[in-house]
Structure formats: C-alpha cells, structure tokens
Design a protein around this ligand. Structure first.
Ligand code: 5MM
Length: 336
C-alpha cells in the first residue's frame, strides 16, 4: 500500500466525506450576496471557520478543500487554517485549478486552466499544510456537446495536473463535472459521463498516475434540470453505480460525488441509495459544496453571531451525509 493510497483511504474512512469549501472569491461572493451578507475576506473566513470548528468535523469530514485565499488565512485563535483543520482531526486540501475558461475551437465549452507554474504552487501549498488537491473540469450536455475536443483537452489537463500533484506527494482529486443544466435525458447523462470518465482514466494512465492514490469526484447520473423526463432516485443510484463500475479502473480507492445543484436532501438520499446498490470495491462518499453548506449559510446569515445554531445545522447535514455514505441514512433520522 503506497502512502498516497493510505491518505486517500484515510480521507474517506468510516463514511467520512469531504467538505468542498473551495469557492473562488467570485462564487463565494454570489453565495454570500444571495443571503444579503457583504463578501469581505473577514466574512468569508468567519463563515468557513464556523463550519470548520463544528462538532461533526472530527467524525464526518475527512478532508476540507480550501481556496487559495483561505489556506493563507488564520483562524480567530491565530492558527493557520490548515493547522486548525488538522488539529480537529481532518485533513486540509486545496483547489489548484485557476478556473474554467472559454475553449478555443469550441467557444461554447470550457477548458480548465492552471497548469503553468503548478509545480511551484504545489510546493507552496504543501508548505502551507495541504495534503491533497482538487481540479475541476466542466462539461455541458447538448446534442453536440461535450465535443471530442472538450473531452480530450480536459482529460489531458486533469492528467497533467494529477501527475504533478503526486510528484509533490499529495493526493489529487480528479473532478470531471458533467453539468445538470439542460433538458437532456438521464440516458444522455449516462452516455456522456461514461465517455468523459473513460477518457480521463485513459489520460491518467498515459501520464503514469498511480490510480491507487487518486480520488474521483464525479457527478451522479441525472436527467437535465429542464428535462420533463426526470428519473427516480433509485434509477439515479443504479445508473450511477453502473456508469462507475464500467468506467473506473479497480485500483481507484474512492469516489466522492459532487452535489451539482441537487438539493441537500436529494444529494443525501441519492448517495444513500448508491451505497445500497454499490456492488463494487470503491468507497462511495461525498465531496459536497452546496449540499453541505446551503442551510447553514442561510441560518448564519440571519444572525452571524449565532455560531452554535449554525454549527447545529451544519452538523446535522454532515452526519446525514456520512450515514448516506454508509447506506445507513433514513427519512426518520433526517427528520429527528
Ligand atoms: C465549492 O465550489 C467549487 C468551485 O467553485 P468555483 O466555481 O468558484 O471554482 C466546486 O468545484 C465544487 O467543489 C464542486 O463543484 C462541488 O460542489 P457542489 O456544490 O456541486 O457539491
């Protein structure tokens, strides 16, 4: 067992998942403005520290993905944020891509940037305490998309990223996100997500990435938001497991889903069903942003001094997701 494999397993052990708190300043500003909070560096760290110091962090959250600004900030007790997180018993990670930009040659699609200077930035993040990293490729679905160009270029970038990250002894989270936007069917989502994931692994292998030291962060298989033909949660779970079983090499230790705009409840229920149907060796857990933070953010925005109340809301979400990652969640537990 390699050190990277041990680390990947540790992040996802015992139903633990990942808190994706890596919103770039632009995204975080949108989130804060939606609840009428001014987006200052102080407010951003205040909300995040409120979550990071919650009770369930220790037992439910194996890793926290940070953004460049956050990993350079201190908690209110003066500790560097990575140290603050590791003292709680979780592990700090860092988003290292610099965002999805217009793809030359196919301007309606995106290519994720950030490879230039990455080796040096990784060394800096490692010194700041990061043990794992994240890079997100984004794909949209329509009749002609994702194009071969988008699938190939994003897979290439993800593989170059992952190879550099492992060279720096950190675990790369590989996140190919096929978006929910549109009126496509679940079958389209299945077919296109499968093609995207297969190409990612083809490139990861070509770039000699140790697959046992990688965490995959995919979307679940869902019909598009605007589709009239929505599928049941059971169907989502079965199709998601089938897609991953067919597309992900066995060496990969763990899969941590993104929530992608699902409600907190839907993301939890689907993860629970996925684990009930999971007949693979992969750990199937979560790496949620919105599905872990939404309710807590709304609560906090009503009274930013109500730290305990906000933490209670977050703790419940984290506990429910961890139960779902073990197939032990139920509506009764959710409502108690
Ligand atoms: C938390 O949001 C992350 C990125 O934000 P930017 O677009 O500002 O870079 C995002 O990558 C996130 O980690 C994943 O999409 C999962 O988040 P959700 O909310 O979909 O679970």
């Amino acid at each position: 067992m390699t050190e990277l494999n041990k680390l990947a397993l540790k992040i996802l052990e015992n139903g633990k998942g990942i808190l994706a708190a890596d919103e770039s300043t632009g995204t975080m500003t949108k989130r804060l403005q939606s609840v009428k909070i001014v987006s200052t560096a102080e407010n951003r760290i205040l909300f995040r520290e409120t979550l990071f110091s919650s009770k369930e962090m220790k037992e439910c959250i194996g890793g926290v993905i940070l953004y460049d600004e956050t990993i350079k900030q201190n908690a209110s007790n003066g500790k560097n944020i990575s140290k603050f997180i590791s003292d709680i018993g979780s592990i700090a990670g860092i988003k290292v891509d610099t965002g999805a930009k217009q793809l030359a040659g196919s301007p309606d699609e995106k290519i994720t940037e950030g490879l230039d200077g990455l080796r040096e930035r990784l060394k800096e993040y490692s010194k700041l305490g990061a043990k794992f990293t994240k890079w997100r490729g984004v794909y949209n679905i329509s009749d002609k998309y994702p194009s071969k160009l988008s699938i190939d270029t994003n897979a290439h970038a993800l593989a170059r990223y992952a190879a550099l990250v492992q060279e720096c002894n950190m675990v790369p989270i590989v996140e190919p996100e096929v978006l929910m936007d549109g009126d496509h069917s679940a079958d389209d989502c299945f077919e296109k997500t499968s093609a995207v994931i297969k190409k990612c692994f083809e490139e990861l292998i070509l770039h000699k990435v140790d697959l046992s030291g990688v965490i995959l962060k995919p979307n679940m298989i869902l019909a598009g938001n605007d589709s009239k033909n929505q599928i049941t949660n059971e169907e989502t779970a079965k199709l998601t497991v089938k897609c991953l079983k067919e597309s992900v090499p066995n060496e990969v230790p763990g899969i941590a889903f993104l929530s992608g705009g699902q409600t907190e409840l839907q993301a939890t229920e689907n993860l629970n069903l996925i684990n009930k149907f999971n007949d693979t060796n992969f750990i199937m857990s979560y790496s949620y942003g919105r599905a872990l933070q939404q309710s807590a953010l709304k609560h906090w925005a009503k009274d930013v001094k109500d730290i305990q109340g906000t933490q209670k809301v977050f703790d419940h979400r984290a506990r429910m997701c961890t139960l779902a990652a073990q197939g032990k969640w139920s509506k009764e537990l959710e409502n108690n």
